[in-house]
Design a protein around this ligand. Structure first.
Ligand SMILES: [Zn+2]
Length: 425
């Protein structure tokens, strides 16, 4: 009997975050899924930014008790703590009685802060030194899979592009000082060490400039681009910079955007972000997965606390365009996105009407979320079959084989997060 109880999929009631960069009302997939998931109405005056599925204390998921069972809702964390068998031995051995990943949906109306997430060692240190700011001792690698066109800044541009920036953006040259800039431009920067220290110098100079200096540079930059817009077509990066200026006037991030890669993902494309890599999501909706943590060091495009010193010293200053994942098909309906991190992978499942697909039993836990459509979930070890629809979220225990079917009316679209299957290899 105990076996059956821990192999049954558990319906989850999930939390939302109303961060100020989120989308409003029906425009927000987060709001729509939350309404379906919780039965609560959407508050029209509030932004719905993130839908959290997992065990993080800042936005816990609750196990929905069976009707008439008379038991109170418990958090998924409490439940996995009491039922570690549902996580599988390997996961418990590696991460304890908790889910190692946090699964999210994001609805982005305006840019999030430019940020980086510390590696494990730095995360532990920051948490020890400033627990009120750095709440987690854990690292936070993350991956975003686009649901709509999704725009982001990610990682530093190549050294060649950076040289072009110095030529094309006189405001940055002004900040560096003409002597410094021409010294850099005249130098041969092919050696990795040189390129890296050059980039670090430019970035640190920018981040540590006074508020007044930044404000002056941003307004100069805006005035120049507004003028040039009348006589030529601005580059995509320049158009982005003007958009960011509208959202965050006089913010250092408006200028810093020139130093980062501008990435545009189409639906089904993904981006992953390793420790100590700078990034900022700009607009669109995505599925996100990460190690269970909420550690952020911010660098701009935010009214929140900015820890410049930590940020400038922690970054890897790695350069070049990020890797874009497109998912590897594991059957006709499911593609797997597997980033180089142990904590997670994500499957994307697009099932046409009346079709069905099997998710074989694996030695780790999964979370399924239905993003659109409806259908059924069948579990081989349990007789009952579950009706599933948009907004439903299920925790599926380790070693549970399930079969999903789309209803006759239309396709069903869902995502599964689990620990990276490479740890079972
Ligand atoms: Zn991030």
């Amino acid at each position: 009997m105990a076996m059956e109880a821990s192999q049954r999929p558990l319906r989850l009631r999930c939390s939302v975050q109303n961060y100020d960069w989120g989308r409003f009302g029906e425009e927000s997939t987060v709001a729509r899924l939350f309404r379906r998931n919780s039965g609560k109405e959407i508050e029209l005056g509030r932004p719905y930014a993130e839908f959290w599925m997992g065990t993080h204390e800042s936005g816990p998921s609750f196990v929905v008790a069976a009707e008439g069972s008379g038991t109170e809702a418990v958090t998924l964390k409490k439940w996995t703590g009491a039922n570690p068998g549902a996580l599988g031995n390997k996961v418990v051995e590696k991460w304890g009685n908790d889910l190692p990943f946090l699964f999210k949906i994001l609805s982005v109306a305006k840019a999030l802060s430019i940020q980086a997430h510390p590696d494990k060692e730095l995360a532990r240190m920051l948490h020890k030194m400033r627990p009120s700011v750095y709440k987690d001792p854990n690292h936070k690698p993350e991956m975003a899979i686009a649901l709509t066109e999704f725009k982001a800044l990610c990682g530093f541009v190549s050294i060649e592009e950076l040289k072009d920036v110095l030529v094309a953006v006189p405001e940055i040259t002004q900040l560096l000082g003409n002597d410094e800039a021409s010294k850099i431009l005249s130098q041969d920067l092919n050696g990795y060490v040189d390129a890296k220290s050059f980039l670090q110098l430019v970035f640190t100079k920018l981040m540590t400039a006074s508020k007044e200096a930044v404000s002056e540079l941003v307004s100069k930059l805006k005035a120049r681009l507004d003028l040039e817009n009348k006589i030529r077509t601005l580059t995509e990066k320049e158009q982005l910079v003007l958009l960011l200026e509208k959202q965050y006037q006089a913010d250092v991030g408006v200028i810093a955007a020139f130093l980062f890669n501008y990435v545009k993902l189409s639906p089904g494309e993904a981006l992953y972000i390793g420790p100590n890599e700078p990034h900022a999501y700009i607009s669109g909706e995505c599925i996100e997965c990460m190690a269970t943590s909420d550690n952020v060091v911010r660098a701009g495009l935010t009214p929140k606390y900015i820890d410049k010193q930590t940020l400038c010293s922690m970054l890897t200053y790695k350069q070049g365009f990020p890797v874009i994942l497109r998912g590897s098909p594991i059957n006709p309906y499911v593609s797997r996105f597997r980033p180089p991190f142990d904590e997670f992978e994500v499957d994307r499942c697009l099932l046409p009407s009346k079709e069905s697909v099997e998710f074989s039993a694996i030695p780790g836990p999964s979370i399924f979320v239905v993003v659109a459509g409806e259908g059924r979930m069948e579990v081989s070890s349990v007789v009952e079959e579950l009706k599933i629809m948009e907004g439903d979220v299920y925790f599926v225990p380790a070693q549970t084989e399930i079969r999903l079917s789309a209803c006759a009316d239309g396709p069903i679209k869902l995502y599964r997060a689990g620990v990276n299957s490479r740890i079972f290899a």
